[in-house]
Write a protein that binds this ligand. Structure first.
Ligand SMILES: Cc1cc2nc3c(=O)[nH]c(=O)nc-3n(C[C@H](O)[C@H](O)[C@H](O)COP(=O)(O)OP(=O)(O)OC[C@H]3O[C@@H](n4cnc5c(N)ncnc54)[C@H](O)[C@@H]3O)c2cc1C
Ligand SMILES: Cc1cc2nc3c(=O)[nH]c(=O)nc-3n(C[C@H](O)[C@H](O)[C@H](O)COP(=O)(O)O)c2cc1C
Length: 799
């Protein structure tokens, strides 16, 4: 078979040599615009898994690469005058030049024809080829030519970066952060041979423009970077070797993915490979790895076909290439997603983390930036560093109040304090103080409607349900949405606080929780608005009542389920006054009932949420239009409730931080919403999302709403509650430790297991947690069972 690779980068060269090795009868040519052994770029990094993969296919190449590797294990952060080091991260790096030289030499040895110094303008130049591989890099001419078929999705990212090198040698993958009068710059630095390190400098576009870097040529840009990082370079120079770049040497990363990876041009198939078909941001340094793995996969597909059929003929190629795309697309997507998170972290860190977080927590946030590395992964990598961090975290918490922006000066810890020599307290089990309330840990039982009240009055069901969860180890048990009037209920089974009898029924539960547990109990007040008068959850959620319903009100007339729900009518000012009065009266009753915490429900499309979202608020008066107007009524309610609720007790506000619908609330607006509630006196924002419109298209996944909490906490400077698919202690520890939230609300796992927190503590081996006295005999048994499981897992993984 005659194969032509357009572009002699890692993808084209590796595929060429593997195919020639597979069958010396193949006629394989690589056409490259550069001269032989002439390339640019600094070090590239790989994982051990990629090398293992390559070794299976070509021992010689893998051996030669390995002989030239620089290994390093540690990550170092140089930030605000601190240098923090953590180990166990295991990278290998090699100079791009060296890598290409090895691949070129191996191609030559195997008999691949290498044509250098030849610019390919079109695949038409190779009419005799059976297969053309377009391995022509990020700016692929071939991808552009067949864009209608490949349908590339190219996203240009906002940060600017410049690839530089230095002769200063770094013994760890080093991240350096420097602040200027216009903002933060960061450098990603790693050694890749005996005398050189890669030094990539990156900053947001606005910082780059503010420094006039758009007007500087490569030389002046280098001088700027040398000056900026002088403290770290200690006299070493920075160098560029990107002679191909004219004008500014600063680039924007382009994330590329293609819907289709190959095309039949009428003569032969043309297949994309490497950067031509996908790119991965250097934040996790995997572009070369992906290129090599593409080449290996396509070679593997050829071999599998040849093994099965004796040989591969041109007619086999369409099926073979389809399989190549199918297999690779999954791995590539996974890696691109991780790279995306890491890339975004570097794009926002200047605004969101650099000024907000202490160096220790900043390091934790940096290490977990791709969100693929959790608290327990960090323990596996460097247990000593993690323990030190846990001690730092709980000590800071004890002395400065949990690190949230609104901590009182002297929080009273409900948890047993760490003693010298005792194991550190995991972040999940550190106390959290707000106003006069100290939560013993960071776990909240998220509010969950139970549809089991009678005429709005809670009873034995709620006593058992909430009582069990209060005994289960969570610090705060939130009641379900409790409605401010009979016509503010979601269903006839929803509870209220609109009568004194309802207050007394709640007081019985609150007293029980206080008398028998050390958990706090919170009230969530809400009005269902247009989502009211529906069936009990399990009898048809959101379906309108067929009888016994009531008229609905909301910001503007709407049907929550188009064509199905009852229409709501727009509230008049008189309606607002009544609702305001109801909320205030309920807040007083909540205080009288003895609740420790009050949450105002402004999420999920209910009444207050219907004012905030532009999807449901179409008013033309001072309560509609810009966000400031849409927030007016919810803020009026907040202010009235805050005034009625005791000063010394905390208030949180639950919001939908993302409507997941075009034209709806987005995370940047959620930050503005949080700022408005913060200014009004809210202590925390409970960051939920969605349920505002049936058009929503949420992206689910583990901890899927935590990014909203992270953004709100660190941009609006208010403590937050993260919620949504937080289902393991490892999740809670990772979120709290990284400063992505102050509390984690856990809903469905608490339906499955009221003692979720106690169970998770035992699962991770944290034994310094108090169990309810009558349950204590179960504690050592559960802990021993989990201990055995952990030992077994360790034994299995070390086999
Ligand atoms: C200049 C450069 C420097 C880099 N430096 C680093 C680094 O230091 N660290 C890191 O981790 N990653 C680096 N990367 C990214 C990483 O190397 C890529 O993800 C990886 O190289 C992808 O391999 P590839 O073979 O798909 O594409 P490339 O390595 O881009 O190779 C494509 C090749 O095709 C050639 N070519 C393109 N068009 C034509 C044409 N029309 N005719 C003939 N030849 C053509 C190019 O000259 C190039 O040699 C760099 C990329 C580039 C282009
Ligand atoms: C049965 C059930 C009832 C819920 N009722 C409420 C509620 O009354 N108020 C509220 O704000 N959220 C309510 N939610 C949403 C949860 O509080 C939580 O935000 C959501 O379930 C995501 O968390 P999870 O992934 O841990 O379940 C409810 C969720 C469930 C499963």
């Amino acid at each position: 078979m005659r194969i032509v690779c357009i572009g002699g980068g890692p993808a084209g060269l590796t595929f060429a040599l593997l195919m020639k090795k597979l069958d010396p009868g193949h006629d394989v040519t690589v056409v490259e615009r550069n001269r032989p052994y002439d390339t640019f770029g600094w070090g590239v990094v790989f994982s051990d898994a990629t090398m293992e993969n390559l070794r299976r296919w070509d021992e010689e190449t893998a051996g030669a690469i390995e002989a030239s590797f620089s290994h390093w294990d540690d990550i170092v952060l140089e930030f605000k005058g601190h240098a923090i080091r953590s180990g166990g991260h295991g990278f290998v790096g090699i100079g791009r030049k060296r890598l290409l030289n090895i691949l070129q030499a191996r191609c030559e040895a195997l008999g691949v024809e290498l044509l250098f110094d030849r610019e390919v303008r079109s695949d038409d130049e190779f009419p005799d080829a059976d297969l053309i591989v377009a391995s022509d890099g990020i700016n692929s001419t071939i991808r552009a030519k067949y864009a209608d078929t490949f349908r590339p999705d190219i996203v240009t990212r906002p940060n600017r970066f410049i690839w530089l090198g230095t002769k200063k040698l770094y013994d760890a993958f080093t991240f350096v952060f420097e602040k200027t009068e216009h903002g933060w710059f960061q450098a990603h630095v790693y050694k890749f041979d005996a005398e050189t390190s890669t030094f990539i400098v990156e900053c947001p576009e606005h910082v780059w423009l503010a420094h006039g870097l758009d007007k500087l040529d490569a030389e002046a840009s280098i001088a700027f970077c040398e000056h900026l990082f002088a403290r770290h370079l200690q006299g070493a120079r920075l160098m560029s070797n990107a002679r191909h770049l004219r004008g500014s040497a600063w680039l924007n990363f382009q994330r590329i993915r293609c819907e289709r990876w190959w095309v039949d041009n009428g003569r032969q198939p043309v297949v994309l490979m490497g950067d031509a078909v996908h790119t991965a941001h250097f934040a996790i340094g995997s572009g070369t790895k992906l290129a090599l793995e593409d080449a290996i996969e396509l070679a593997r597909d050829f071999k599998a076909r040849a093994d099965a059929e004796g040989e591969v003929s041109p007619s086999d190629l369409p099926a073979l290439l389809a399989r190549y795309q199918e297999t690779r697309a999954i791995d590539v997507l996974r890696l691109q997603n991780a790279a995306w998170n890491a890339m975004e972290w570097f794009e926002v860190c200047g605004e969101r983390y650099c000024d907000q977080l202490d160096p220790e927590q900043f390091m934790y946030s940096l290490l977990t930036r791709s969100q693929r590395i959790s608290h327990e992964n960090l323990r596996l990598r460097d247990a000593g560093w993690l323990e030190g961090y846990e001690r730092w975290f709980s000590k800071r918490d004890a002395s400065a109040g949990a690190g949230s922006p609104r901590q009182p000066e002297h929080p009273r810890g409900g948890q047993r304090r760490e003693e010298r020599g005792s194991p550190p307290v995991p972040p999940m089990f550190t106390p959290f103080a707000v106003r006069s309330v100290t939560l013993k840990n960071r776990v909240v039982v998220s509010p969950m409607a139970q549809y089991s009240a009678v005429d709005g009055t809670v009873g034995d069901y709620h006593l058992v349900h909430l009582g069990a969860r209060a005994m289960g180890g969570a610090a705060l048990v939130m009641c379900e949405m409790t409605c401010t009037s009979a016509d503010g209920r979601i269903t006839p089974g929803c509870p209220g606080l609109y009568t004194d009898a309802q207050r007394d029924a709640w007081a019985r539960i609150v007293d029980w929780v206080h008398d028998h547990t050390d958990a706090k109990i919170g009230m969530q007040l809400g009005h269902a608005g247009a989502k009211g008068a529906t069936h009990l959850g399990w009898e048809g959620i959101d379906q309108p009542l067929t009888s016994g319903g009531w008229p609905l009100i909301s910001a503007s007339p709407q049907q929550y389920l188009p064509g199905v729900s009852d229409w709501s009518r727009a509230m008049t000012r008189a309606d607002m006054d009544r609702v305001l009065h109801d909320f205030t009266a309920c807040a007083r009753r909540a205080a009288d009932a003895g609740f420790d915490w009050l949450e105002l429900h402004c999420a999920h499309g209910y009444l207050l949420s219907s004012f905030i979202s532009p999807l449901t608020n179409r008013r033309e008066d001072e309560y509609g239009g810009p966000l400031e107007n849409r927030l007016r009524f919810p803020l009026e309610v907040f202010a009235a409730v805050r005034a009625a609720w005791p000063e010394h007790l905390p208030m949180s506000v639950r919001i939908s931080a993302h409507d997941w619908v075009e034209g709806g609330i987005t995370p940047p607006e959620a930050v503005a919403i949080a700022r408005a509630f913060k200014a009004a006196g809210a202590d925390l924002i409970d960051c939920s999302s969605g349920q505002v419109s049936k058009e929503e298209k949420p992206t689910y996944g583990r901890m899927w709403q935590t990014p909203f909490s992270d953004r709100i906490r660190n941009e609006a400077g208010i403590a937050t509650i993260a919620v949504g698919a937080i289902s393991e202690a490892d999740h809670v520890n990772s979120i709290i430790a990284a400063g992505r939230a102050d509390l984690c609300a856990v809903a469905r796992p608490h339906l499955a297991n009221p003692a979720w927190t106690l169970t998770e503590a035992a699962r991770i081996g944290y034994t310094a947690i108090a169990w309810p006295a009558p349950y204590r005999s179960a504690k050592p048994q559960l802990e021993a069972n989990f201990q055995r499981e952990r030992a077994q897992r360790t034994q299995e993984s070390s086999k």
